[in-house]
Design a protein around this ligand. Structure first.
Ligand code: THG
Length: 285
């Protein structure tokens, strides 16, 4: 199963046989006061800098979320998405539950971005899937519905199946639906990550669809989040996740190492290439 995303100049393929795809998480104002202020005040340079630094660190795609309370997403999402698309070649992942904001951004962007997201709620299916169909793009489907986030893998898989079916009915093929089995923090429930890992395994067995994770969610509220995030991503890749929204500055090296260990990096070329490019500059003698 291959999901293809495109910007004006670049194409990114997500599949189990290809290297894991890194979606940079940092253009998201949740918990980031400086970005929330930049989005409210129109400080475009700060957003540009977040885009460029993530691509330099190894992001293949950039998530764009402008969810600041009181901010008009229908106006701001297209503006910020356009701004980002002008400074990096990476395709974008438009992170909003507002179908009008998604449609406005899609109307204004070249290529084939990833819509983030639809879920199993009737209201979401009815509003977001027609937009995905209209623009011929791909979408992330979250395994939650009107009853919330199930705390068992089987019910999450059943919601994934419902999203895939509803997409198919509108003519959206399974390879344009990336399923997100949802990551909650192990700080609140020590079984949270295990349930997500089990959902990934079941999804791979039943549908062979591409699988995304909001990986940093796993460590909210814990000390040394970085270590927990690294361990979780490796485990998730091992059971079949194919892309993640994460911090490329902190996680790209772990991801490149895990691809190498999984036999997805011939001669270790990507691992070595990544290491070479990210060596700290040598001090002058
Ligand atoms: N699935 C999908 N999309 C998602 C999520 C998901 N989008 C949003 C979120 N979850 C994934 N993105 C983030 C972005 C940042 C953080 C976590 C998840 C994060 N931020 C730090 C904080 O809030 O403390 C701040 C980091 C910083 O300063 O760099 O942890 O699950 N489809």
């Amino acid at each position: 199963m291959e999901t293809t995303l495109k910007s004006e100049k670049k194409e990114v393929k997500i599949s189990f046989d290809a290297p894991f795809v890194i979606i940079g998480e940092k253009i998201n104002p949740t918990g980031r006061k400086k970005l929330a202020a930049a989005l409210t005040e129109g400080d475009d340079d700060y957003v540009r800098q977040l885009a460029i630094s993530q691509v330099e660190a190894g992001a293949d795609i950039l998530d764009v979320n402008v969810g600041v309370p009181g901010l008009d997403e229908v106006a701001v999402l297209p503006k910020v998405a356009r701004l980002v698309s002008e400074v990096v070649e990476a395709p974008l992942c438009l992170d909003s539950a507002n179908h009008k904001a998604l449609a406005a951004a899609l109307a204004d962007l070249p290529g084939k971005p990833l819509v983030n997201s639809v879920n199993g709620e009737e209201k979401s299916l009815g509003a977001v899937l027609p937009v995905v169909k209209e623009f011929g793009v791909s979408v992330i489907g979250l395994t939650m519905d009107d009853s919330g986030i199930p705390n068992d893998a089987e019910t999450r898989v059943a919601i994934a199946e419902k999203i895939l079916e509803r997409a198919a009915r509108l003519g959206i093929p399974a390879n344009d639906v990336v399923i997100d089995p949802l990551v909650l923090t192990v700080g609140a429930d020590s079984m949270a990550a295990a349930i997500t890992l089990q959902t990934i395994q079941l999804l791979r067995q039943e549908f062979s669809v591409n699988i995304n994770l909001g990986a940093s969610n796993v460590s909210f509220g814990l000390p040394d989040r970085h270590t927990v995030n690294q361990a979780f991503l490796s485990l998730a890749m091992g059971v079949g996740a194919t892309c993640a929204i994460t911090d490329p500055i902190k996680l790209a090296s772990t991801i490149r190492a895990t691809d190498l260990l999984m036999g997805r990096d011939t001669y270790g070329a990507r691992y070595i290439g990544y290491w070479r490019e990210h060596q700290p500059p040598k001090e002058a003698a």
